[in-house]
Design a binder for this molecule. Structure first.
Ligand SMILES: [Zn+2]
Length: 287
């Protein structure tokens, strides 16, 4: 009986079981959005994407290990003979970038200027970045941009945008005008609390502004993100409403003198990290 109880407890609390996209390896699967644009599911790490240009292929995010990258290559080969020439990192989190090192060096890696900086920051536990050695620096984004960039793959154009700080300081949007589809990395989480990496400079209040800017600037109908199925404009707007209400509730608690622990206890357990970020941001704004 005790063993069963222990197992159930482990099952309920262990992140291994609850985050299948980062904890388990499933076969790579390409889901078609158009003849040119696909979402990449499976493998170890976050969802990514593939775009077939006139003569070459662009990949969005690299997952976490060699098996996943080999799987991406195999899956792409089944659809097109065109070579993969560009890899775009939506931001600097491990489940989107660790696979960079398994791409051939001939592939050009692109990311935001701040994303490149975050590659080289110490890790959350304070240890040095694994990307600092000259061997690994080859797989850190080689081409970076600040506000906007276009990639022309023959007759096709992809628009890259930066709308500001949020989940991290270097999250970008890839917009595919023909498909009216945006790949937004982890800028918005659905069905689980938003992750804000405060230790990288992420900020929940900036996240709201950045997401609003994104919705105003990009005419996307579909939104592909790192840890969810395709979402729509309405889902994005709902997310903004929900996180704004979440922040407001914490603001009220801070104003009435509640401690961090008291505030956390008014929320679900899995929201503790977001409560901590928002609480600290509100305290910092008051100073
Ligand atoms: Zn992320």
């Amino acid at each position: 009986m005790k063993i069963i109880y222990l197992f159930l407890t482990l099952f309920l609390v262990s992140p291994f079981f609850s985050t299948s996209q980062t904890g388990e390896t499933t076969p790579i699967k390409l889901d078609k959005i158009s003849d040119n644009l696909y979402q990449i599911f499976g493998g170890r790490g976050a969802n990514g994407g593939m775009y077939i240009g006139d003569n070459e292929v662009l990949i969005i995010d690299s997952k976490m290990d060699k098996t996943s990258v080999d799987g991406i290559y195999e899956a792409v080969k089944k659809i097109t003979n065109k070579p993969i020439s560009i890899l775009v990192n939506t931001h600097s989190d491990g489940d989107h970038i660790n696979g960079n090192q398994y791409f051939p060096e001939s592939v050009t890696i692109i990311g935001h200027e701040n994303c490149r900086k975050e590659f080289l920051l110490p890790q959350r536990d304070g240890s040095a970045s694994i990307w600092q050695s000259s061997e690994m620096l080859r797989f850190v984004p080689k081409v970076t941009f600040n506000d906007k960039m276009r990639i022309h793959l023959g007759s096709k154009t992809i628009e890259l945008y930066y709308f500001g700080v949020g989940h991290t300081t270097g999250d970008i949007v890839l917009y595919f005008p023909d498909e009216k589809t945006a790949f937004i990395g982890d800028q918005v989480f659905f069905g689980r609390p938003q992750l804000i990496h405060s230790y990288k400079g992420g900020n929940s209040f900036e996240h709201v502004k950045t997401t609003q800017k994104m919705l105003a600037a990009v005419n996307a109908e579909k939104f592909c993100s790192g840890h969810a199925e395709i979402k729509f404009r309405m889902d994005m707007e709902n997310h903004i409403k929900e996180i704004t209400a979440f922040q407001q509730k914490i603001k009220t608690m801070v104003n009435s003198g509640k401690t961090m622990e008291e505030t956390k206890s008014a929320f679900e357990q899995n929201e503790a990290r977001l409560v901590e970020s928002v609480y600290n941001e509100i305290k910092a704004m008051k100073q």
